[in-house]
Ligand binder design. Sequence first.
Ligand code: DGL
Length: 266
Amino acid sequence: LDPRPIGIFDSGLGGLTVARAVRQALPRERIVYFGDTARIPYGNKSPQTVIRFSRQIARFLGRQRVKFLVVACNTASSWALESLRREAGVPVLGVIEPGAHAAVEVTRNGRIGIIGTEGTVASGAYPRAVRSLRPGARVRMQACPLFVPLVEEGKVSGPVTDLVAREYLRPLLRDRIDTLVLGCTHYPLLKAALQRLVGRHVRIIDSAEETARVLKWSLEQMSLLSKGRGGERFYVSDLSAKFRDHAQRFLGRPIRRVTRVSIERY
Ligand code: DGL
């Protein structure tokens, strides 16, 4: 048993979808969440910058004595996982492997569509993860850069969102995918709209839920589970006027206390 907290980080507040899933799967664990709200988005930044930011955050969370590091951000998982695993001194889990694993489990025709940020697509991390599990799988990726701002503005359904989504998903549907991985923290909020668009025969994989499942399994395997009462602390690098609104949207309930951190110092 290990009462130390689990560290979860993201480029912003989208990773609260992962924190929420972890809370549900592991109610007795303490969670320390860091959202890099001052520097979001990561999705269109260079790998070097994403790696540098991720290492700073890992050092900050290390100071919080976390026992396990969860990289909730798909873009950071795509670029920074290796360096974090070398340096963190605790186990590190990203969202790519759990999402890829779930996709190969559910696909019947072996045609998997994956949507994410430009960085996630450029890294090739998802296709690599899928092919290592199922070499014959056909992976079709699509960057959806307009989805993050749409979700941030609360436009999770409606004509604008449908139009953009139809445009992005057309090539995947033409490829006759039967599985669609939501490879970005923000996309679970679009799940209903996307499901309507792709139809019921396409299974949608939410990386957040899969990651929580894998985290639970890993903690069990490593005897790192806590028997405590749970709890959570939230840190961000910028506190804007929209913070509470945004946080609630991703977490599904209000955040009471939050602390701002000068992350550049780490
Ligand atoms: N958190 C990012 C991801 O999951 C999306 C937002 C961003 O571009 O930073 O890829």
